[in-house]
Structure formats: structure tokens, C-alpha cells
Design a protein around this ligand. Sequence first.
Ligand code: NAP
Length: 287
Amino acid sequence: MKTDGRTRTCGLIGNPVEHTLSPVIHNTLAEDFSHNLVYVPFRVDAERVEDAVKGAYALNILGCNVTVPHKSAVIPFLKEIDPMAEKIGAVNTLVRTEGGFKGYNTDLPGLYRAMVSDGITIEGEQILMLGAGGVARAAAMLMADKGAKRIVIINRTVSKAQTLAEEIKTFYPEVILEAAGLDELSRFSEKKAYIAIQATNIGMYPKCDETLIDNPEFYEAIHTGYDMIFNPADTKFMQLVREHGGKAYNGLKMLLYQGVIAYELWNNVQVSNSQADFIYEKMKQNG
Ligand code: NAP
């Protein structure tokens, strides 16, 4: 990678950032488009988020991704926020504009592009959302926005699931929204009736043998399982979905497309399917 006086910088604000795959996405795209751009990780402590956002702007940085735990903390320091990111309350992409950064959430359209590319339809579907954290919230908003008929938020802490269900209902009153605890799974026994989205941390490397739910009847009810986790590439949740006759996908494509959409926003370009496929293969090798 050649750098000179005209090289633009983009980066990732988060903590930790050491295991990120985002440089693979953005530096590959920069090379492919022949853009004079470099993407680097920036580890930022919680008490320095304001300094980081203002400092990045002062340093003429073109754009940043934002990851855990700063996705909400950056919001007060932005000049503007995209309406969908505001609704979700989380920003994962900062785009340089006149006078400050504008915040977007590309996790959401990233998940949508990943699902479309895997041939998954959301309209009219019943969704079981496992988890009620930041990613579950964004994914549930997306499902409601794309016409899911019914969304059930299932979480260890039922009160969080209830709060999330009520909040989404205020934005999407036409969608049936429910909350459930892990002891209420027998309510969902209709065979192959649901898409399940696994949005908890359970099953992440190195605890690859764990899964939030191991009850076989639960998996009989699922026709498609989407795990937000991408390390390991084949989670226990995905294995159980497949063993009971469903289709299963991991979160790597979502990660790919949230990055692709951020790159498109920063550089005003359109990334082709073949470019995305090429990066996806590279991410699999680096993951
Ligand atoms: P978060 O806000 O911390 O939420 C964590 C969720 O997991 C909560 O619902 C929590 O339940 C549940 N949970 C955690 N430990 C549990 C346990 N021992 N037993 C039962 N439930 C437990 O996390 P997040 O930011 O939403 O991230 C969730 C997952 O998405 C992570 O695995 C992350 O790697 C993945 N992710 C993927 C992408 C991608 O591009 N593919 C992007 C971002 C994140 P309680 O409410 O009961 O605590």
C-alpha cells in the first residue's frame, strides 16, 4: 500500500479493536477502486470518546466506523444523525460533512443486504429474536421495517425484552410484538414456522459449544436460523438449526455489508456484487 501527501484516512473507533476484520474490507476496497485511502483501527477509552470524534474531525479523517462499546456514546458529538440511526440509538459509521460528522447505522442495511443475498424474505414472516441487546434491537427494527408479521423478543432478562418490544411497537404499530423468557419456549412449537435470529453473545469463540437454547423442539419450529456471530463460522446454534432441517447462516456477511455500505457513504461509489464476493472470501481466510 503506497501512501503520500494526498492519502485519506478512515478508521475504527472502539475498544478492543485488535481482532477487527474491518481493515480487510476497507483496504481491499481502496485497492480495488484505486482510491488513495488507508483504514486503521483506533483503540479509544470510554472517557476519551468526545476527544476521539472531535480529534478525528480535526485531523481531516474522511470517516470512521464505531464499534462496541461506543456506538451510543459518539452520538452527542455528531453534527447530524441519520433518522434510522436515531431510531435505533446507535451509530456505527461517521461520515465527514461540512462542520462535523454525520452518524449512520449501516449494521441494519448490512444485515438486510446479507439476508437478501442469502435469498431470505422477511415480509410476512414470524421472527424469533434471541437477545434484547444492541444488535437485537437494530435487527428487530429492521424486521419490523421490512414487513415481518410478528416479532417475539426472547431474552434471559424478560424485562429487557418487554421494554424493547414496547418500544418497537411505538414505531411499527402494525406489527405483532411480544416478549418471552427462556422458560416459555413451548409457546413456539408450530413446525418450521419461524426465522430465528441469534443476537446474544452465547456461542462466541472460545465458548463454541454453548448455545442459548438447546431444546430440540425449539429447533423443529425454525425454518431459517441467522446467527450474528461469525467466530466460529459454524456455531452450535447453526448446527442445531441444520440438524432439525432448517437453513443456517452466520454473521460474516452482515459484517461485510455494514463495511461495504460505510465505504460507499465515504467515497460516493457503488460496490459491485463481485467486489463484495471477493472481500467475503478474503474475510473467511482472515477470520
Ligand atoms: P449486548 O448489547 O451486550 O447484548 C447481549 C445479549 O446477550 C443480551 O440479550 C444478553 O441478555 C444476552 N446474554 C449475554 N450473556 C448471556 C448469558 N450468559 N445467558 C443468556 N443470555 C446472555 O451485545 P450486542 O452488541 O447486541 O451483540 C450481540 C452479538 O452480536 C455478539 O455476539 C456480537 O459479536 C454480534 N455482533 C455481530 C455483528 C455482525 O456484523 N455480524 C455486529 C455487531 C455484533 P441479558 O439482557 O439477559 O443480559
